[in-house]
Write a protein that binds this ligand. Structure first.
Ligand code: NAI
Length: 348
């Protein structure tokens, strides 16, 4: 059952080339895979718990460190009973952060507060910015070579904050800091498949820009398989993808934000990072990274993942007029979110 769930989970990582499934075909034998430690910071939260479960199912992980300020012993005990490869340890509180991080190859950060109905992403800024700053300071000290995958919102600002903190410690490597925008891709694929009436398993849609509201720019003109959708349909799909987080926040009515779909997306992205580290060729995912694709210093686009993290930031490809307009419209907001992050890191 476990293998079936995991295989179908990983098969859906459809921006990853088919060749990358070879690791799975090699089965679950621990001897055939390198040792990899993954740390999840915020592991007892709404995203953290299902993400911990999904990473426990990943055969590429040998050690899973679950860190939070509270609740991790229970989550770790629970997840550790699952009969998959990795050894799970729970770490709680500042005193144990060093141990949680040491030796990590990949650090996933879903720590922070989620959005409540009526709350703009920016309202989260001050709390989450402080959390990300302190966690990244510890990462810079205890596992400076790890790939850092940032889930904590607002990603448009938390990634620049992380970059500044790591720069301040002299350990910043732009190949190793990645904002997780996979949920935008997951949503774009799902909504497109529904509208185009095609099998979602074969759908690909790049999503570029940033990770909030209009900064999320799905490129439906590049979606495959091709479908003859009207301009109105494309507009509606774009808006629904941009507002996907709000749709879930409102439906949960005060009981949280997108946790399950985010955990799925985070697990897909971490799996792609692990495959890249293992040398699987042509692992491509969208991510918010340091970039020269536009004039902005950080931007989400397709990236090729490899043994050192981001091996190549890929360009945007041909855009429709509607997408070109969306690109110009998003730049001022994305620029100011990036600057806000940098300013916070430098001043606080
Ligand atoms: P939650 O409140 O359920 O969980 C957050 C967890 O972080 C809690 O367990 C809390 O104890 C922990 N935490 C707080 N401060 C910490 C610290 N200093 N060190 C370690 N852990 C700490 O929130 P949820 O729903 O899991 O969301 C977490 C974050 O993910 C939020 O910032 C949310 O906005 C973001 N998010 C990002 C998405 C994306 O697509 N990138 C999608 C959905 C949410």
């Amino acid at each position: 059952m476990k293998a079936v769930i995991l295989r179908s989970l990983l098969r859906r990582s459809s921006t990853v080339a088919p060749s990358s499934s070879y690791l799975l075909r090699r089965g679950f034998s621990s001897e055939s895979e390198p040792e990899r430690k993954v740390a999840i910071l915020g592991a007892a939260g709404g995203i953290g718990q299902p993400l911990s479960l999904l990473m426990k199912l990943n055969p590429l992980v040998s050690k899973l460190a679950l860190y939070d300020i509270a609740g991790t012993p229970g989550v770790a005990a629970d997840v550790s009973h699952i009969n998959s490869r990795s050894e799970v340890t729970g770490y709680m509180g500042d005193d144990q952060l060093k141990q949680a991080l040491e030796g990590s190859d990949v650090v996933i950060i879903p720590a922070g507060v989620p959005r409540k109905p009526g709350m703009a992403r920016d309202d989260l800024f001050n709390i989450n910015a402080g959390i990300v700053k302190s966690l990244c300071t510890a990462i810079g000290k205890y596992c400076p070579n790890a790939l850092v995958t940032m889930i904590s919102n607002p990603v448009n600002s938390t990634v620049p904050i992380a970059a500044e903190v790591l720069k301040g410690l002299g350990v910043y490597d732009e190949k190793k800091l990645l904002g997780v925008t996979t949920l935008d891709v997951v949503r774009a694929k799902t909504f497109y498949a529904g509208k185009a009436k095609v099998n979602v398993a074969g759908v690909n849609v790049p999503v570029v820009g940033g990770h909030a509201g209009i900064t999320i720019l799905p490129l439906f003109s590049q979606a495959t398989p091709k479908a003859n959708l009207s301009d109105e349909d494309i507009k509606a799909l774009t808006k629904r993808t941009q507002d996907g987080g709000t749709e879930v926040v409102e439906a949960k009515a005060g009981k949280g934000s997108a946790t399950l779909s985010m955990a799925y997306a985070g697990a897909i992205f971490a799996d792609a990072c692990l495959k890249g580290l293992s040398g699987v060729p042509d692992v491509v995912e969208c991510s918010f990274v340091q970039s020269t694709v536009t004039e902005l210093p950080f931007f989400a686009s397709k990236v090729r993942l490899g043994k050192n993290g981001v091996e190549e930031v890929l360009g945007l490809g041909p855009l429709s007029d509607f997408e070109q307009q969306g690109l110009e419209a998003l730049k001022p907001e994305l620029k100011s979110s990036i600057e806000k992050g940098i300013k916070f890191a430098q001043q606080s």
